[in-house]
Design a protein around this ligand. Structure first.
Ligand SMILES: NC(=O)C1=CN([C@@H]2O[C@H](COP(=O)(O)OP(=O)(O)OC[C@H]3O[C@@H](n4cnc5c(N)ncnc54)[C@H](O)[C@@H]3O)[C@@H](O)[C@H]2O)C=CC1
Ligand SMILES: O=C([O-])CC(=O)C(=O)O
Length: 329
């Protein structure tokens, strides 16, 4: 071991994403093979026992990089000293629940968690919100953490990004490793816009390589945007291992940088780029270096792309308005 342990707080640790995520963090895949980690797990009181079971299994993994695991049901304690905060636990939509009810229920989770991050996380904390509705939950947490730089709050669209790469790879029969510059724009919802016009395949423009507008509009975009629902339909449960994998990718890329000539997708607070209203946590193409990200500038957007980005951003603006009315931000 070459350095002091990095503290990683994971919420919803006893859930299905938590189960897939924690072992990969402990094995070094989140931060790299030289970085020891100390886990702080947050669960609701009813699920603490299950989290304790997962912690026993973590112990049984005898991971050389795992410096310890502590479990809490109090956000203030769970986020103490957190360098990385993975906000996975959320209130799922249940039968008869309106969108406003869902936002309100999640406000009850992400407001106190934002306050706890503000009160006790490390100065360099990086936050990734996975729990849905991820973008707006991130906005709620961020708004309640006024002393933490706003850009440290991000939401996950890396799963959508990876799904888009996989669909393109299948369509063209090329390895995923040949695909660069994929972008997801907007909200992590069915309105998201996976963009092939700026992506590259083996150095060639992806939309030109596909050369099939009908497939792009009628198959590629809806398949990526509705993949979560298709997995639920097939598996009887929502994506868990692929979501955990994308969360690992998101933080690993943020910390370690994007490769030369490539970028990734992250939902980050808008600085007004591409006409996205400032402050909305919307997905953009970003490059990362030395633990910081920058939104890729100067991409030309045609009418097709503009219309789709605007629709997804309009949905984010509506969600922001709804949580503002509820006094959550
Ligand atoms: N952004 C993305 O791409 C994706 C997001 N998701 C979302 O991730 C979330 C978690 O998914 P799963 O692990 O499958 O759900 P799950 O229901 O298996 O686990 C959620 C866990 O969170 C815990 N929890 C609830 N409230 C909490 C609180 N206040 N503090 C700490 N823990 C709390 C629950 O006790 C439960 O153990 C869901 O909101 C899901 O919709 C899932 C897949 C992809
Ligand atoms: O809808 C869900 O809970 C799962 C989800 O976000 C996805 O798979 O993209």
């Amino acid at each position: 071991m070459t350095q002091a342990p990095v503290t990683v707080t994971v919420t919803g640790a006893a859930g299905q994403i938590g189960y897939a995520l924690l072992f990969r963090i402990a094995s070094g895949q989140l931060l790299g093979p030289d970085t020891p980690v100390r886990l702080r797990l947050l669960e609701i009181p009813q699920a603490v026992k299950a989290a304790e079971g997962t912690a026993m299994e973590l112990e049984d993994g005898a991971f050389p990089l795992l410096a310890g695991t502590d479990i809490f049901d109090d956000p203030k304690r769970a986020f103490e000293g957190a360098n990385v905060a993975l906000l996975v636990g959320a209130r799922p939509r249940t039968k008869g629940m309106e969108r406003g009810d869902l936002l309100e229920a999640n406000g009850g989770i992400f407001k106190p968690q934002g306050e706890a991050i503000n009160a006790g996380a490390a100065d360099d904390v990086k936050v990734l919100v996975v729990g849905n509705p991820a973008n707006t939950n991130a906005l709620i947490a961020q708004s309640n953490a006024p002393d933490v730089p706003a850009e440290r709050f991000t939401a996950m669209t890396r799963l959508d990004h990876n799904r888009a790469i996989a669909q393109l790879s299948k369509k063209l029969g090329v390895p995923v490793g040949e695909i660069r510059k994929m972008t997801i724009w907007g909200n992590h919802s069915a309105t998201q816009y996976p963009d092939l016009f700026h992506a590259e395949v083996g150095g060639r423009n992806a939309a030109e390589a596909v050369n099939d507008e009908k497939w792009l509009a009628d198959e590629f975009i809806p398949t990526v945007a509705k993949r979560g629902a298709a997995i639920i339909e097939a598996r009887g449960a929502s994506s868990a291992a692929s979501a955990a994998s994308a969360a690992i990718d998101h933080i690993h890329t943020w910390v370690n940088g994007t490769p030369e000539g490539d970028w990734t997708s992250m939902a980050v607070p808008s600085d007004g780029s591409y006409g996205v209203p400032e402050g909305l946590i919307s997905s953009f193409p970003v490059t990362t270096k030395n633990g910081k990200y920058e939104i890729v500038q100067g991409l030309e957007l045609d009418e097709f792309s503009r219309t789709r980005i605007d629709a997804s951003v309009a949905e984010l603006a509506e969600e922001r308005e709804a949580v503002a009315k509820l006094g959550l931000i």
